[in-house]
Design a protein around this ligand. Structure first.
Ligand SMILES: Nc1ncnc2c1ncn2[C@@H]1O[C@H](COP(=O)(O)OP(=O)(O)OP(=O)(O)O)[C@@H](O)[C@H]1O
Length: 646
């Protein structure tokens, strides 16, 4: 190729860095360069087909839509050619000179880190790295020392251009003469293989690579004029004919996930809209950040023509963990991507996909509870957002899972139905309590009266859990109630089952009772406006004190979320309840009897109050508290020595 009017350019800095990593760090599984080229060719053909279906005029309209792979052993080259969209001069400069979304510094740094990690492990495995980062076209430099791209855009009457690079820092671009050897339409990528990559100059090898990575490409792939890929639209095959291996292969092809999917959801419906959907539930955990950025959806096909990838309108966000596609006969092929959003058929499809997915999950939960637990572990945090889907609440509620006091440890899961099945006679509410961990909840004084009465409490570890239950309000006519809002008298119907847990203390005399009232008054005086009331508690068994929200207010966990939103820093006013049988309270009573104004009494009350605040997560000044604890320890250690007679 004459190189007279070629312009020379430098790669953008991030591309050079990327190329440096690619050429020098990746040695195993380099075969995926072919997958990347075929996938780009397939994208270009998809785009061309889309333009054609909209009635756009294209160059060489009779050229078949296909990908041809050829090799020349003498020249040491492999060529991948497509009859797709091609690139204009500017597109060539833009697409093969810089890196789009993947070009950020952050991305390159992560890639470099992953490459050096896997190098350190002795693998330098391209599959996990390129697969994870999708660096696409540039992966050719894992195997090639020179790459030539010749391309002609699909718009009739356009020049062809060539792009050449050795991947070492520069590339050149040149407009080709009309009689030059160039595609009539589309792109041809020729790799001159590195000495250490000549193993790819082998037809069987290439065929096996295509079958492994590109079997489901929707266009014919010809290897030396022979078609090598088999089942383009697997989803259109009758379900009973598809083997689990085919599903897995298709999933790997679609997602590049190295693990098989957890489950497959494949169905066709005829009404209200005709469509087929094939989607997968991945085993790997949902990426919450990605979902919150709106990166989810199913691919939309119309009569096997790909219209748009990752189309959000096809599923609600809480099913964003799904990977897959929808193919419909009922939309026109020339539909514009812009008007899809408002399309009523799309909304009907989305509603059916949602219902089918929920039904599928329901069956999984019933028939394969272990698999469902795996699903819950990986995607529960996303799925829970379905609480806002009022239309599907009946199906959504039974699919929720929680850890609870019924379980031995935090791995246990229960459904609301299972909880209801274990309810005590006359129990009309499902109780729950929120906290950061099982251990934290166990120490929460609000759980004590439930424990002593043997009443099960659901443990909510994530802030969203409370939104879910507060929004649902009731489940199968049982109220969903925060434990801390339950009054002790509401539980009178349930006798104590765990007497042993209760603090054992002698009965108070009548005189002591009235002194206790006076002590409560003194405590209120000490704490002032920080509490609404100080009273005897009927809910405590092992803790000395607890803070209780006034009637009718929202739960304290919820309160915290609201307070963060409103930027409030003062702790909310609550009532302080004391356990009159607790040794600490009994001792304070004795101190009070001797001297109601005793300084130690004030210090102890302050500490008791702040300990309760700490447990509720409201303590704003740990310094004062630590100072007080230290002074108390100093005193008590002195007393301790005295008692020991030292
Ligand atoms: N065969 C081709 N025909 C037309 N355009 C192409 C072809 N190959 C690459 N391109 C263009 O070059 C761009 C960059 O390709 P590259 O493979 O590096 O990234 P990508 O395909 O966009 O992303 P990724 O590979 O991460 O999915 C593509 O987006 C496309 O616009």
């Amino acid at each position: 190729m004459a190189n007279t009017n070629a312009e020379q350019f430098e790669f953008k800095a991030e591309v050079s860095k990327l190329l440096n990593i690619i050429t020098h760090s990746l040695y195993t599984n380099r075969e995926i360069f072919l997958r990347e080229l075929v996938s780009n060719a397939s994208d270009a053909l998809d785009k061309l087909r889309f333009e054609q279906s909209r009635g756009a005029e294209v160059a060489a309209p009779d050229l078949p839509l296909q990908i041809s792979i050829t090799m020349d052993e003498d020249a040491g080259t492999i060529t991948v050619a497509d009859t797709g969209l091609g690139m204009t001069h500017d597109e060539l400069m833009e697409n093969l000179g810089s890196i789009g979304k993947s070009g950020s510094e952050d991305f390159i740094n992560k890639l470099a880190e992953a490459a050096s990690e896997s190098k350190a492990e002795g693998s330098a495995d391209a599959t996990s790295i390129i697969g994870r980062f999708g660096v696409g076209f540039y992966s050719v430099f894992m195997v090639a020392d020179t790459v030539t791209v010749t391309t002609r855009p699909y718009i009739p009457g356009q020049h062809a251009y060539s792009w050449i690079s050795d991947g070492a820092g520069t590339f050149s671009v040149q407009a080709l003469e009309p009689d030059a050897d160039a595609p009539e339409r589309g792109t041809r990528v020729t790799l001159h293989l590195r000495e250490d990559a000549r193993e790819y100059l082998n037809k069987n090898r290439l065929e096996q690579i295509i079958k492994t990575h590109s079997n489901f490409v929707a266009f014919d792939i010809l290897l030396d004029d022979e078609k090598v890929n088999t089942t383009p639209a697997l989803w259109r095959e009758p379900k009973f004919q598809i083997t689990p291996e085919q599903y897995n292969e298709f999933y790997t092809f679609q997602t590049l996930d190295t693990e098989a999917p957890l489950d497959v959801i494949h169905f066709s419906v005829d009404a209200p809209v005709q469509f087929t959907s094939l989607s997968f539930i991945p085993k790997r955990r949902s990426d919450l950040y990605q979902l919150s950025q709106g990166e989810y959806g199913l691919d939309l096909y119309v009569r096997r023509v790909l219209i748009t990838k990752n189309f959000r309108e096809l599923i609600p966000e809480y099913l964003g963990f799904l990977e897959g596609l929808v193919d419909t006969e009922d939309l026109p092929l020339n539909i514009s991507r812009e008007t899809l959003q408002e399309n009523i058929l799309i909304r009907k499809i989305a509603s059916t996909v949602t219902k089918q997915t929920l039904s599928h999950l329901t069956t999984m939960a019933e028939k394969e509870p272990e698999k469902y637990a795996e699903f819950w572990e990986a995607h529960g945090p996303v799925f829970k957002h379905g609480y806002a889907d009022f239309g599907n609440r009946e199906k959504f509620g039974p699919l929720l899972r929680f850890n609870s006091s019924h379980h031995e440890d935090k791995s246990g899961l229960t459904s609301l139905d299972e909880y209801i099945g274990r309810m005590k006679e006359n129990q009309n509410a499902v109780y729950y309590i929120a906290g950061t961990s099982r251990e934290a909840i166990a120490l929460n004084p609000h759980t004590e009266m439930f424990r002593s009465k043997g009443l099960e409490v659901l443990y909510l570890y994530e802030p969203i859990d409370e939104f879910v239950l507060e929004t649902l309000g009731t489940y199968k006519e049982k109220q969903l109630q925060a434990a801390e809002q339950v009054k002790p008298e509401d539980l009178d119907a349930f006798p104590d089952v765990d007497e042993a847990a209760k603090t054992q203390a002698p009965e108070l005399s009548d005189a002591d009772r009235s002194t206790l009232d006076a002590l409560l008054g003194r405590i209120k005086e000490i704490l002032g406006e920080r509490v609404t009331d100080v009273r005897v508690s009927a809910r405590l068994t092992t803790s000395p004190a607890v803070l209780v929200s006034p009637d009718g207010s929202i739960s304290s966990h919820m309160q915290k979320i609201m307070r963060t939103l409103q930027n409030e820093t003062e702790p909310p006013q609550k009532a302080m309840e004391l356990n009159p049988d607790h040794p600490l309270v009994r001792n304070l009573l004795a101190v009070y009897k001797k001297d109601p104004q005793d300084a130690y009494l004030s210090t102890a009350v302050e500490q008791l109050f702040e300990s309760s605040l700490l447990l509720e997560g409201y303590l704003t000044d740990p310094y004062a508290m630590v100072e007080r604890i230290n002074s108390l320890l100093e005193k008590s250690s002195g007393w301790y020595l005295e008692v020991k007679g030292e």
